[in-house]
Design a protein around this ligand. Sequence first.
Ligand code: C5P
Length: 398
Amino acid sequence: MLAGKKIILGVSGSIAAYKSALIVRGLIRAGAQVRVLMTPAATEFISPLTLATLSKHEVITSVHSEAGWNNHVELGLWADAYLIAPTTATTLAKLAHGICDTALVAVYLSARCPVFFAPAMDVDMWLHPATGANVARLQSYGNHLIDVESGELASGLHGQGRLAEPEHILEILADHFATRADLAGERILITAGPTHEDLDPVRFLGNRSTGRMGIALAEAAAARGASVELILGPTELSTTASGVTVTAVRSAREMHAAAISQWSECTTAILCAAVADYRPAEVAEEKIKKKEGELHLRLVRNPDIAADLGTSKRPDQLLIGFALETEHGLANAREKLTRKNLDFIVLNSPRTPGAGFGHATNQIQLVDRNKVTDFELKSKRAVAEDILDRLVAVKQTR
Ligand code: C5P
C-alpha cells in the first residue's frame, strides 16, 4: 500500500525521536519515498545524518536554510501524506495554533495532503487539558490522531503518553492508502460516547466514556466505503472524516430519538455508546442548594436504544452491541445478545489493563449465539477493523 507513496516525516524533540529511524526504515522498505523534517530540538535526540542516510535525502532542520526555505511550500504540495511522529506537546500546540517557527510547522501549514500526528509525552502532560484541547483542535481541522499508547515512560512513570509503535504507525498509513471498499453501499448507524443526564442547570450524571472506540469504528467503516451516521454523546473528541455525518446529542433520550429516526434507513447499527440507564426524575430549573442532611435523588429508567432497535430490526439489518462488564462478562453478554436481539456483541472488561474507557487500546471478545472469539490488546482502530471484518463476514453468509 505504501509503495511509490510520497511521505513527509516530521520529527520533533522527544526521547521517542529515536523511533523515527525505524519509521523511516519501514517506509523505505515498503517502497515509499521519504523526506524528513526535524525541529532543532529533535536533532538533540537523533542525528539528522541518521535520518538522511536512511531516507536517502537531505534532512531539513530549519525553514531558514536554503533547502528549508525553498522547499516548505513545494514539499507540502509534493506529499501524499504528512506524518508527524513523535509530536511533542510544544509542536502539538504550535500545529494547533499555526505558530510557524519551525520547518515542520511551516510545511504543515502548506500541506494539502492528509496529516497524521502521533503524540509522545509524559502521562501528566498528555492528560493536561491544554494538550487535550490542542489534540481536539487539530482533529477538528481534519488531521488524523495516531493515539498514544500506554506503558512505561522515559520518566519512569507508567501511563498513557508513549509514541505508538512504529509498526502500528506504518499500519495506519498503509490502511489509509488501502482501497478496500467492502462496506460500499452500507449505511451504518453508530452510537458513541457517554450521555449526560441533567440534574439542574449546572450538574449532570455522566460516565467516563470518551467516544474513542465509536469514532474509530466510524472512521474505519467510512474508509471501507460505508456511509456512517455517527450519533455522538457529549465528548471533546469528534471526527471530520469524509463519509461520516455526526449528530451531536446530550442525553439518552436525545440519542434514542436520533437513533430511532435514522434506523430504518440503515443497513447496520453498532451501539457503542455508554448510555445512562437512569436519569433524574426531575431536572431542577435552578441550581440545587445544599441543605442540612442527606439529599435523595429519584432516578427513572431511560429508554434502551439497543432493545428498541432490536424490536424493529428487519431481516436485512444487522445489530451489534457492546458490553462492558466488571463481572460475569460472558454470561451477561449472552443474555444481552438475546434480550436485545443483537447479531453479535463486543465484550470488553474495564478491568483489563489498557482496555475500556479513555484508553487508546482495547481488548475484546466477539460473542454470538454459537461462539466466542478472543482478540489481543490492540489500538482501537485495529479493534474497529476486527469488528468490521466480522460484520462483513456475517453479511456474506446471508
Ligand atoms: O444493558 P447494557 O447497558 O449493558 O447494554 C450495553 C449495550 O446496549 C451497548 O451496546 C449500549 O450501547 C446499548 N445500550 C443502549 N441504550 C441503553 C443502554 C444500553 O443502546 N439505554
